[in-house]
Design a protein. Structure first.
Length: 310
């Protein structure tokens, strides 16, 4: 039970890229052709491949570092099955229709045309070619940090006094301070984090049910509720920003970060980003459904077979 619970918490915690869908009606929906052009300009296909490769390497590290031969073989078999399913279903050709539908529902034709113009601008090229790959590169470290935080929270005794969140240490240098400013002042970023923590309990229950079958989480719900509450109280937006900023400062120049910071201050760009985030949230909600209805029904039986369970 503890392993299932920890996995549920881990998966929920690392879903920082997932946000709550927010519906908004538009008079002139974007055309498929325009949305597809935007995804082409922002290199969505290659970035999706980058995410898959990053996650695959992160998962491979676990079995490669295992020293017990029996456990190593088991972890390797599980990795092989998971990796095979992910590479089959998590690719841009499968995800593109979901993404296009989401953007069409949330954005006007004029919105997407404006996003294309911005993506082709110098600062847009910094975001596409430098900043986004740098953030993808951070996934293993952020995932590991959140996994450790979940383990620490689960070890706290029920009923014990909850410690106050520890403020992040000051930035090591001006460049890291600039990276914190960029990430913390990104329009909609705090709201995304708040939405993620608010849905923590539901995500944990959902993850356990996907693995153990509907209702499989019923006996664990009190503990999941406790951990989700502790996560919301103790894991702060500023803590995660400090972690990500330290890595981002190593990958972007001060000139690049300054350009993005100044661009985000422009009212038109802020409004554009907030609209885009609604489309991204809707896309992530649809992709979560795709995960539950298409990927997990294939992956879970294969994993159970690998583990020798019915």
């Amino acid at each position: 039970m503890h392993a299932s619970l920890m996995n549920a918490g881990r998966y929920a915690a690392t879903a920082l890229v997932f946000t709550m869908a927010m519906a908004q009606a538009h008079a002139a929906p974007a055309t498929k052709e325009t949305v597809r052009k935007y995804f082409d300009v922002t290199k969505a296909s290659s970035l999706t491949d980058n995410v898959v490769e990053t996650i695959s390497a992160m998962q491979a590290k676990e079995w490669k570092e295992e020293t017990n031969p029996k456990e190593k073989a088991k972890k390797k078999a599980m990795y092989d099955q998971t990796n095979k399913v992910i590479r089959r279903y998590v690719k841009w050709s499968a995800l593109e229709p979901i993404a296009i539908e989401s953007y069409q529902k949330e954005l006007d034709e004029a919105d997407v045309q404006g996003m294309i113009v911005h993506a082709q601008s110098p600062v847009g090229q910094i975001i596409t070619n430098k900043m986004t790959p740098a953030i993808i590169k951070q996934l293993p470290a952020v995932g590991k940090h959140l996994e450790q935080r979940i383990e620490t929270l689960s070890a706290q005794k029920a009923g014990a006094k909850t410690p106050a969140p520890v403020p992040p240490a000051p930035p090591a240098n001006p460049k890291e301070a600039m990276a914190r400013t960029l990430l913390s002042e990104m329009p909609g970023a705090r709201e995304e984090f708040a939405a993620m923590t608010a849905s923590m309990e539901a995500r944990m229950i959902q993850n356990v049910n996907m693995v153990m079958g509907e209702g499989g989480s019923s006996g664990m719900e009190p503990e999941m509720k406790r951990i989700a509450k502790l996560f919301k109280e103790q894991v702060t937006f500023d803590e995660i920003v400090a972690l990500k900023a330290r890595m981002l400062a190593s990958d972007l120049s001060e000139a690049d970060m300054s350009a993005v910071i100044e661009d985000n201050k422009k009212p038109a760009r802020r409004a554009q980003l907030l609209k885009a985030k609604k489309a991204e949230a809707a896309m992530q909600a649809r992709m979560n459904t795709y995960l539950q209805e298409t990927i997990m029904p294939v992956m879970v039986p294969e994993l159970m077979k690998t583990l020798g369970k019915k």
